[in-house]
Write a protein that binds this ligand. Structure first.
Ligand code: FES
Length: 103
């Protein structure tokens, strides 16, 4: 979990063989959740929604998972996050190879 880009509305996560970039916008009413390391979850301070490290919602009023940004490896080998494109799990878009990097 990389929190360094949180002020740019992005968490970069490496989890179970993939790297993906999550939007930090809660899908309930748009507050910014906090990453709780010990509980391995994102917790929204506004109305208590919880999201797993995958971004999937599992408690509270959030109706759907966090969104992913497009992500790829640039020519210089650095990870590039493209916030002009987003991917929503409930629309089946997390299967799109532009929404994650295999490691
Ligand atoms: S805005 Fe996050 S739970 Fe309401």
């Amino acid at each position: 979990m990389v929190e360094r880009f949180k002020d740019q509305n992005t968490w970069v996560v490496r989890y179970q063989g993939t790297i993906y970039a999550l939007s930090t916008t809660c899908t309930h009413l748009g507050c910014t959740p906090n990453w709780l390391e010990r509980e391995e979850k994102f917790k929204c301070p506004c109305h208590g929604s919880g999201f797993k490290i995958t971004g999937v919602n599992f408690e509270g009023p959030a109706p759907r998972p966090l969104e992913r940004w497009a992500i790829n490896i640039g020519e210089d080998g650095q990870i590039v996050v493209d916030k002009s494109r987003k991917f929503q799990k409930e629309l089946g878009q997390w299967d799109n190879p532009d929404s994650f990097i295999k490691v």
